[in-house]
Design a protein around this ligand. Structure first.
Ligand code: UT7
Length: 334
């Protein structure tokens, strides 16, 4: 017998209802880390655009920072935690294999046992999460979804490694996705290239670390220049495809909020897409460093807080990183 199952359907459109972020207390200028990597403030600023970054202290964890960012996103949206049906956390630095960070964050926020899970797509994780949240709201599996990017990369960064020590940093950003009257999240353009896994990877897996008589944290290693070339050239095309799929052109854009990987990558993408000068470009990296999955909501929150974008503006997001996972979509600013 083949029984016919009932289905649900959700809102016609989904969008971002609120955004929030958490920046760790400790501000670290380039001068503080250059000796360990035989570098200079000038080199780091020239090659990456980074002037300072923030490193989380012992009391600032992926979970606590995620909670703080999510609370601010809920406040901005004017929605109570009890109305959240799903919490989705993009992270690569929650150093517990299980349980995931999301259920811990959901509990601390005071949700009514919201569905909760982590997404592991490195620096692309936040945009992956946005795509899932948008589809959930429209399909009816959730009405309000918190998408959180939270990273404490300092724990998996080797501060004597010249190619990563000055780049990676800590923080959290979050958005609340829910039903809207008009489309607020455009179609996602996403993918991955696992063949190039070696370009950004952890040195070892946990099993081989434990087997080592002198175990070391499996730090992130990066072939920076190869990642740079891939990101600067390929990601502009992905971002342009997301614009096209949303039925827009660069002339419709108010803001460009790329993953904050390197200021020169951002500039190269903007040039390749021929973004008009009036488009606001997120440059949070200068003060915040590269916070992987947290970088886009952190950057978006700064633009909102500083009044550089207004509610209803149109912003293009593009994220890329390890796994060579990438994702882009156009969103309406809350
Ligand atoms: O978030 C995930 C995605 N990640 C990214 O998108 C990061 C992408 N990559 C980058 O941002 C850049 O590749 C870096 C900022 C990491 C490095 O900049 P680069 O322009 O690609 O430098 P490079 O690795 O090609 O090295 C250029 C030179 C070399 O010296 P020579 O051979 O030209 O004499 C390096 O030895 O700079 C030297 N160098 C440094 N000098 C001072 C490399 N690292 C450093 C350093 N300080 N930290």
């Amino acid at each position: 017998m083949s029984a016919r199952l009932a289905t649900v359907s959700g809102a016609e459109y989904a969008g971002i209802l609120g955004v929030g972020s958490y920046r760790p207390t400790r501000l670290v200028p380039n001068a503080e880390l250059v000796d360990a990597i035989d570098s200079s403030d000038e080199w780091i600023q020239q090659r990456s655009g980074i002037r300072t970054r923030r490193w989380a202290g012992d009391d600032e964890t992926v979970v606590s920072m995620g909670v703080a960012a999510a609370q601010r996103a809920l406040e901005h949206a004017g929605v109570d935690a009890a109305q959240v049906d799903c919490v989705l956390v993009a992270t690569i630095s929650h150093l517990m294999q299980t349980p995931a960070a999301a259920p811990l964050i959901a509990h601390q926020l005071g949700t009514e046992q919201a569905a909760a899970f982590d997404v592991s797509a490195a620096c692309a994780g936040f945009c992956y999460g946005m795509a899932l949240a948008s589809d959930m709201v429209r399909a009816g599996s959730a009405r309000h979804v918190l998408v959180i990017g939270s990273e404490k990369l300092i724990d998996i960064t080797d501060l004597t490694d010249r190619s990563t020590a000055f780049i990676f940093a800590d923080g959290a950003g979050a958005v609340l996705v829910g039903p809207t009257d008009t489309p607020g999240i455009g179609p996602v353009v996403w993918g991955s290239d696992g063949e190039q896994d070696e370009l950004i990877t952890q040195r070892e897996n946990w099993k081989s670390v434990i087997a080592d008589p002198d175990p070391q944290m499996p730090h992130l290693v990066m072939q920076g220049n190869a990642v740079f070339r891939w990101a600067a050239f390929t990601m502009a095309k992905v971002a342009s495809q997301a614009l096209e799929q949303a039925g827009l052109t660069v002339d419709d854009l108010d803001a460009f909020v790329p993953h904050q990987a390197n200021m020169r990558i951002t500039d190269a993408m903007a040039r390749a897409m021929k973004l008009p000068d009036r488009v606001t470009i997120a440059r949070d990296i200068a003060e915040q460093g590269n916070t992987s999955a947290a970088s886009i909501p952190l950057a978006l929150d700064r633009l909102v807080a500083e009044g550089q974008v207004s509610s209803g503006d149109t912003a293009l997001l593009v994220a890329f990183g390890a796994g060579l996972a990438y994702a882009a979509q156009v969103v309406t600013v809350p």
